[in-house]
Design a protein around this ligand. Sequence first.
Ligand SMILES: NC(=O)c1ccc[n+]([C@@H]2O[C@H](COP(=O)([O-])OP(=O)(O)OC[C@H]3O[C@@H](n4cnc5c(N)ncnc54)[C@H](O)[C@@H]3O)[C@@H](O)[C@H]2O)c1
Length: 350
Amino acid sequence: MQVNIPLKKVVDNSYDITIETLPKTHFDTKVAIVTNPKVAGLHLAYLLSKISAKEIYIITVSDGEEYKNQKSIDTIMESLFNHRFNRKSMLIAFGGGVIGDMTGYAASVYQRGIDFIQIPTTLLSQVDASVGGKTGMNNSYGKNLIGAFHQPKAVYIDPHFLTTLASREFGAGVAEIVKMAVTFNKEFFTFLESADLAKPEILQEAIKQAVQTKADVVAKDEKEHGLRAALNYGHTFGHVIENETKYKKYLHGEAVAIGMVMANNTAVSMNLMSEDEALRVKKLLQKYKLPTSYDVENSSSFYETFFLDKKSSDTNITFIIPVGIGDVTITDSIEKETIISILENFGADV
Ligand SMILES: NC(=O)c1ccc[n+]([C@@H]2O[C@H](COP(=O)([O-])OP(=O)(O)OC[C@H]3O[C@@H](n4cnc5c(N)ncnc54)[C@H](O)[C@@H]3O)[C@@H](O)[C@H]2O)c1
């Protein structure tokens, strides 16, 4: 006898992303705010003036990508157990993408999963990392190799936090905004070309459009079976650059900026993008002081490093190649010679 029992979707994991000054909010449960000393020093008092709860605890972990690891997760977990958090308790991720990813991961595994909300404080985390439910941490084998999809209950994006952000960190966030526009939204790209993101109301509009773009993509492909992979535009090349420079020379968004230029050159060589369109993207990146050149010392070893990427298989490399501005193709069939030639001819800035 065959019995089929349909498991209907029992959980609605949709949520609101609010872009405005943080509203006063009370949570009728135990809450832990996970943050780092830098963000706490700059902005915790402001947060606590807005947020109240039955009980509030602050958990601080060290600042930096190198602390996005099991030790920091253990620190978070121990605090939750010590304060007897239960399945109705909640975490708040208060910081950049590092804090957001780790807090989300801790929330996904603590007692098989508790709620969390995102209050991102860097531009990159406001437009990208806080939206879409990818959580995780690094280990000695690489970045973000351990993690889970766990959607937040809400995302509060308050541009006020960005006033204290270092300018390079700001630029790194702009790179991810440009990424969303080039891959999915031509009008948004044109808007960015004439926009001055130093102006708060223009910045808020750009954040809104970038978040909307990402939310639309995630809604169609939450677990990255297809479309969502397009958001890795610039990342395939960028990850190699980060790896070659030992994660020290460039911020992630900066490496992605160079990676986008490399992907564009590939697109031009395949007649998928005009030289003029590639130049427009480069100019937009340069407007925000993002790097657009890189000295490829050894194109063969650069190519071999692609295979360390978790999106590559043993034999194929997945490339995200723009089709003009506002569209994109995901392909794993680009000839090695094509990529080597792009890398060998990757020249100095124009
Ligand atoms: N989950 C996702 O979908 C996703 C997407 C993109 C990136 N990420 C992850 O995000 C991380 C990068 O995020 P990031 O760029 O925000 O880096 P980050 O979290 O390390 O923050 C960068 C620096 O800015 C500081 N900072 C944070 N807010 C500040 C503020 N308001 N004023 C001054 N300084 C502030 C931080 O303390 C840190 O020193 C990476 O680990 C990456 O893997 C995740």
